[in-house]
Design a protein around this ligand. Structure first.
Ligand SMILES: [Zn+2]
Length: 276
């Protein structure tokens, strides 16, 4: 499942292909994603329009249109965006095509269909956007997402620190892989009650979260099952995993076998010696 780094990698890889391009044709498949694809809205808001920016909030891509409309795309579990020459045959799992004025087209494919495509019209885009993102916590790279923020918010929480980090209402987009890796770097056990971390430990943890996410983005994300960027390149951050998916293998710092524990229904990996 793409986490924040993979979505950011996708944003950076589609942006240069889309900026300043005009949409000349729209075609939707008949199958439903998490919600039906808004075929009519896409035609009305996109045809003949210019793409002026490609942004991201949490794991949502935000394609800005010159009219003020916004196309919002969530990749779900297996969603992917890529470019093909216009008119190339549709692949089995292609659900949306946007043909551009330079003869290429953007395609959204998604085999498991947990993705989401929303078209926000110019009149209500701002309001709809704040509604969609109302429950999502701050971006991990934002100044507001500080050690003090976590320390205050976690003060009375007994939930495991890893479960708190994976709660998108607390912080946007830090999923299972990057929560495990950040906690290892910060030398904090994933099962510690969130409220038991000192401000000093949060300071270290926040720095490690930013470091891990930043390195993952620089590596083109992690390709575990199928993730490719829009230029069909794999990410290689999985080569740098210290604990994730490494149960029983030696800790890269101390050599002790990596252990696994299930927290909040998800597998968490840690070193029982290095993490406290
Ligand atoms: Zn260790």
């Amino acid at each position: 499942m793409p986490e924040l780094p993979e979505v950011e990698v996708m944003r950076r890889s589609i942006r240069p292909h889309l900026l300043g391009r005009r949409v000349v044709a729209v075609a939707c498949g008949a199958k439903k994603l998490r919600q039906p694809i808004p075929d009519e809205d896409l035609h009305r808001e996109l045809l003949g329009r210019l793409i002026v920016e490609v942004g991201r909030r949490a794991k949502y891509l935000q394609i800005q249109i010159d009219s003020g409309a916004m196309l919002v795309i969530h990749l779900g579990m297996t969603g992917n965006l890529s470019f093909s020459p216009s008119g190339a045959p549709l692949a089995k799992h292609d659900h949306l095509r946007l043909a551009l004025d330079n003869g290429s087209e953007l395609r959204y494919s998604d085999s498991r269909r947990f993705g989401l495509i929303r078209m926000l019209d110019p009149a209500t885009a701002a309001e709809a956007e704040s509604r969609i993102f109302a429950d999502i916590g701050p971006e991990p790279f934002n100044r507001g997402c500080s050690a003090r923020y976590f320390h205050q918010l976690a003060a009375t929480r007994r939930v495991a620190v890893k479960v708190l980090l994976m709660d998108s209402r607390v912080v946007a987009g830090v999923g299972n892989i990057y929560a495990s890796e950040s906690l290892f770097r910060a030398a904090v056990l994933p099962q510690r009650p969130a409220g038991s971390l000192s401000l000093r430990e949060w300071t270290r943890l926040v720095a490690c979260i930013r470091e891990v996410l930043g390195e993952a983005i620089d590596c083109g994300g992690s390709t575990i099952a199928s993730f490719l960027n829009a230029d069909r390149e794999k990410g290689y951050f999985q080569m740098n995993f210290h604990v994730y998916g490494r149960e029983g293998q030696p800790c890269p710092k101390c050599g002790a076998p990596i252990k696994k524990v299930v927290l909040g229904g998800r597998s968490s990996f840690f070193c029982p010696t290095c993490q406290r």
